[in-house]
Write a protein that binds this ligand. Structure first.
Ligand code: ZN
Length: 532
């Protein structure tokens, strides 16, 4: 049985850029476009040439995509002018691209109120814009803005807009749920009615996620006949975002229902790169990845409970709907006091430590983990501290340095009539027989301590030059008579590795210092620093 071709259209760089706080620089746009092309996305919408300097520069570049069709976005011709006399349209037509996508009004209310023109003029704009695009020799498509709301208000007119585009030669007529309020059963019904007039292999869907149904709406539209899906990486987009291609791609590639019927441009290798691609985008945006993201989140294949963990080791299929490797993710069995030996064995295996299940050290480690979790340590979110603890119990962590003492002070002082805070820290260490003392200032006591600890580590200094702290979290735990503080620190280095460490104490400074020391020790361990 031959499968039908389903096309994926990415608009991360155009609609995704509408997200509050997101503004891609030229280099970032190039990096995202390369990643999208690399996995086999069919269309990459680069932006709106002429609308801003970055988009204009992006379209001035020569793009050499292996697979994707580079698409310029613009508006349909303004009413009352010819296509040749519309400077906005001409700028888009002049841009270097393989395809063109124009947005058109399709809700009668918007045509008359927002555009201030007549319904017939708007149809004429659609026709002439499509003709001008096709005449430029490029694949041309029309995004019918507010199509579903327009269809509910005036089905004849919304359909007339879509048909005008199709009859004028548009390769794709894209039905947009611009407000994102349409539900899957409405998408099914409306798309089925449109398919009676325009063939499904000429129709696309552009859903927004305002009811949390963007992915479901895309699938409903495909089931009803459309053959192009528009979405963004990680669901980036204005308000609640667009349909998330990172969720849709594995569903289309791995679920029998879709895999059996459709072929996409995404290669199996592209699918395996999806987790990395999703995290790279977050890296570019300087955001923390969503741990609970379907398929690619750090927790997507993580299990906590002990009885599940042992079953997963026996047969992962019983607890996983797809294999984590298929999307480039990892299975993770979290260490927690709910878990038993099987949890621990699985986690040790994952970090490359082989221990026999009857090894007495395993019981010792389990007891140690439980005792520490009782004190407030949480290792499921601090894998580096867990690894250090495990390797210590198993006897394989060198004693790189000893801390003799540390001290930090916070001073508020008057400076020209205003209060100023100065924090200072002193750390005394012994490294390889050498006594070292470092002093540092910081904007807070932990910042100052971090500076002093990493200022001079003697023979180990070269190994920690690229270490930086990327996140710092404090949680106050109520442990009966006395409150306990848990500090979690996330660190990163020049290799792009990220690790998390934890410290617990009634004193926040002490808890922070433990987590800092673990972070530095872990960095030395993973860098294969020689034992003193
Ligand atoms: Zn949109």
């Amino acid at each position: 049985m031959t499968r039908e071709r389903l096309y994926l259209f990415d608009t991360t760089l155009r609609d995704g850029q509408q997200t509050a706080g997101v503004d891609f620089a030229l280099e970032e746009k190039l990096a995202v476009a390369r990643m999208l092309d690399g996995i086999g996305v069919d269309y990459i919408e680069g932006g709106y040439p002429g609308a801003n300097p970055t988009d204009t520069a992006f379209f001035a570049q020569k793009h050499d995509f292996r697979h994707a069709r580079f698409t310029a976005f613009g508006m349909t011709k303004r009413a009352g002018r010819s296509a040749a006399n519309d400077p906005g349209l001409q700028t888009v037509l002049a841009a270097r691209s393989d395809a063109l996508c124009f947005v058109a009004k399709s809700w009668d209310y918007h045509v008359e109120v927002a555009l201030g023109t007549t319904l017939e003029e708007n149809l004429k704009s659609i026709r002439e814009t499509v003709k001008a695009g096709v005449a430029s020799g490029r694949e041309t498509m029309i995004d019918c803005e507010h199509f579903f709301d327009g269809y509910k208000a005036n089905p004849e007119y919304a359909l007339a807009c879509a048909k005008a585009a199709y009859e004028a030669g548009a390769r794709w007529v894209v039905l947009c749920d611009t407000n994102g309020g349409t539900l899957p059963h409405e998408v099914s019904k409306i798309v089925s009615e449109v398919v009676a007039h325009i063939p499904g292999d000429r129709l696309g869907i552009h859903p927004h996620d305002d009811t949390g149904c963007a992915v479901a709406n895309a699938l409903a539209a495909v089931d009803a006949g459309v053959r192009q899906i528009q979405g963004t990486l990680n669901g980036l987009g204005e308000r609640c975002g667009n349909a998330n291609l990172v969720t849709l791609i594995p569903t289309l590639k791995l679920k029998d229902e879709y895999r059996g019927r459709f072929e996409t441009g995404i290669s199996d290798e592209g699918l395996r790169n999806l987790t990395q691609l999703s995290r790279m985008l977050d890296e570019i945006l300087n955001r923390n990845p969503n741990r609970h993201a379907p398929y690619v989140g750090a927790n997507a294949f993580a299990t906590k409970a002990g009885i599940h963990a042992s079953a997963i080791l026996k047969d992962p299929r019983t607890y996983e709907h797809v294999t984590p490797e298929s999307v480039g993710n990892k299975r993770r069995v979290m260490v927690s006091d709910q878990g038993g030996k099987s949890n621990l064995l699985a986690e040790l295996k994952r970090i490359g430590i082989e221990v026999g299940k009857d090894d007495p050290r395993l019981t010792r480690l389990l007891n140690e983990v439980k005792a520490r979790e009782n004190l407030g340590y949480a290792y499921e979110g601090a894998a580096a501290s867990f690894e250090l603890l495990a390797r210590r119990v198993l006897g394989s962590v060198p004693n790189y340095f000893d801390v003799d003492s540390f001290r930090t002070s916070v001073e508020r002082r008057q400076k020209k009539g205003e209060w100023d805070t100065v924090c200072e820290a002193v750390v005394k260490l012994r490294v390889n027989g050498e006594s070292l003392m470092s002093v540092a200032e910081g904007n807070g006591p932990v910042n100052a301590l971090d500076g002093a600890l990493r200022k001079d580590l003697g023979i180990y200094q070269p190994f920690i030059e690229d270490l930086r702290l990327t996140d710092f979290k404090v949680r106050i735990l109520n442990g009966g008579t006395e409150a306990v503080t848990r500090v979690t620190i996330e660190s990163a280095d020049g290799n792009g590795d990220v690790w998390t460490t934890v410290g617990v104490s009634p004193n926040i400074i002490d808890a922070s210092f433990q987590a800092l020391v673990d972070s530095v020790t872990f960095k030395l361990l993973k860098s294969d620093a020689p034992a003193p």
